[in-house]
Design a protein. Structure first.
Length: 167
């Protein structure tokens, strides 16, 4: 386990839950932080959908911490063009000096311009592989399952990720 923290966005939580790998977050990071807007989006509004029960359990068991951003002005400034969950994830990551887990291209670009370290679903899976938490077969199946669930991943990216596994 590292001494890093990560702030997660809805898309990452949902994608990892769809492939039954949400728990890798708590194995990869000392602290997993869930912005309140992300929790509301996944657990409350998304009740019964992938990620809702899994995230609720992580929070109930104190394996992930709910946190609202302190500075609403930052959230307000980011909320257009980003969703509220993405805006809060970036704001909380800034406040807590954490990495932020985002998949959306525009959100990643905004976070990058603010000096944040960013990781996406694919990066988390690769990190889990590198740390020995999942094997090559699990990673390959996870990528295929993500694609089946509508996760945007090109065949070239899949080949690139899988091709680099033995390096």
């Amino acid at each position: 386990m590292t001494n890093e923290c990560v702030v997660v966005n809805s898309s990452v939580v949902i994608a990892l839950a769809e492939i039954n790998l949400l728990n890798i977050l708590v194995s990869l990071y000392e602290e997993v932080i869930v912005p309140r807007a992300v929790y509301k989006e996944v657990v409350v509004k998304g009740r019964g959908k992938p990620g809702s029960q899994e995230l609720e359990v992580l929070v109930q068991r104190n394996r992930a911490r709910l946190l609202a951003p302190r500075y609403s002005a930052v959230v307000k400034a980011l909320h257009d063009p980003l969703g509220l969950g993405e805006a809060e994830a970036i704001a909380v990551a800034l406040e807590q000096n954490c990495m932020v887990a985002l998949d959306d291209r525009i959100a990643r670009s905004k976070a990058r311009t603010m000096g944040l370290k960013i990781i996406g679903t694919l990066g988390l899976l690769r990190k889990a592989y590198d740390k020995g938490l999942i094997g090559k077969n699990t990673l390959t199946q996870a990528l295929q399952q993500l694609k089946q669930h509508g996760f945007r991943i090109s065949d070239n990216i899949m080949r690139e990720v899988i091709g680099k596994l033995n390096q």
